[in-house]
Write a protein that binds this ligand. Structure first.
Ligand code: GS8
Length: 292
């Protein structure tokens, strides 16, 4: 089942200290086929577990904790709403890691008790519930996913400076882009005009950060790509109501977005089609009284 492993049967009467292998490496105990990491402290009363226990003693503990077979045993629930840029980030990160999860669509006008209990501070989606423990705020969730399931598709660069830089730009996106983008389809007059300018300034800055790289993360898709690409599903709405021509005004950014959609199934499967979001925005405009 695992690579680099030895399998060993030990007797229940083996003392707790002997459940570690002689090299003091990580030990995994299978109970009803669920893996439980028992190194460094064995959390069960070993004498109550039946006659024999199957223990798999790993030579390489790192490989064990990262094994996707284990990841499948985790319980993951995503509380979300289909138009949410923030929720899309989480879906992409989960897909990058090959994790399956239960999707629960929230009615944001009538929030579920699970959402209220899971995010009592902001009462917002997305929330990822991992083995009963809620994690809130999309950037924090994506980082959590990357740290817990670090067996594949690392989202952060290993270089600390590059990592700090990716976080800086993701924070910039969170603080600026969403609200300004919303102003494009909910406001009129001077506020709309200011938002148009601010929105394009943001895109230009982001395009500068991308430079000639295929992805923000360099050669591979990473954290900043995950943060920004969901906005692409809203681009038809931004373009129409902001009166932009993105192909003309920020061609590198559009080429990057198309590259993400074409090359990354995690993205194409997580983003709703542009016309669907456009339809939603038309509905929102009527609701905000911007459109008759
Ligand atoms: C933002 C989440 C958010 O705005 C994050 O996760 O990164 N900083 C958070 N969620 C919205 C839906 S997306 O527009 C939400 O839950 N709105 C409902 C509400 O505020 O009542």
């Amino acid at each position: 089942m695992f690579e680099n492993e030895q399998t060993k049967i030990i007797n229940v009467h083996t003392s707790v200290t002997n459940t570690k292998d002689k090299h003091n490496k990580m030990v995994i105990l299978f109970l009803n086929s669920s893996p439980h990491i028992i190194y460094p402290h064995f959390p069960y009363d070993i004498n109550n577990l039946g006659r024999r226990l199957r223990l798999r003693l790993c030579k390489h503990s790192v490989n064990m904790t990262m094994n996707p077979t284990m990841a499948k045993q985790e319980q993951l629930i995503l509380l979300d709403y289909w138009t949410s840029i923030y929720g899309m980030r989480v879906k992409i990160a989960l897909a990058e890691k090959g994790l399956s999860y239960e999707y629960k669509e929230e009615d944001l006008r009538n929030k579920s008790q699970l959402l209220l209990d899971s995010n009592p501070i902001h009462k917002q989606i997305p929330v990822l519930i991992h083995n009963g423990k809620p994690i809130c705020e999309s950037s924090i969730i994506v980082e959590y996913i990357d740290e817990v399931w670090n067996h594949k598709a690392p989202l952060f660069p290993s270089d600390n400076y590059a990592k700090a830089r990716a976080k800086f730009w993701a924070d910039f996106i969170d603080k600026k882009l969403y609200q300004i983008g919303m102003n494009l389809y909910t406001t009129k007059g001077e506020k709309h005009e200011t938002s148009r300018k601010e929105f394009m300034d943001c895109l230009k800055l982001l395009e500068g950060e991308l430079g000639d790289k295929p992805y923000f993360g360099g050669e591979s898709f990473g954290y900043l790509d995950v943060s920004l690409i969901p906005f692409y599903s809203w681009f038809q709405a931004y373009e129409t109501y902001g009166n932009f021509n993105f192909d003309h005004e920020c061609p590198k950014l559009i080429a990057w977005a198309k590259r993400c959609i074409q090359n990354k199934e995690s993205v194409s499967n997580s983003l709703p089609a542009l016309p669907k979001i456009f339809g939603f925005v038309q509905y929102m405009r009527k609701k905000y009284g911007v459109e008759e």
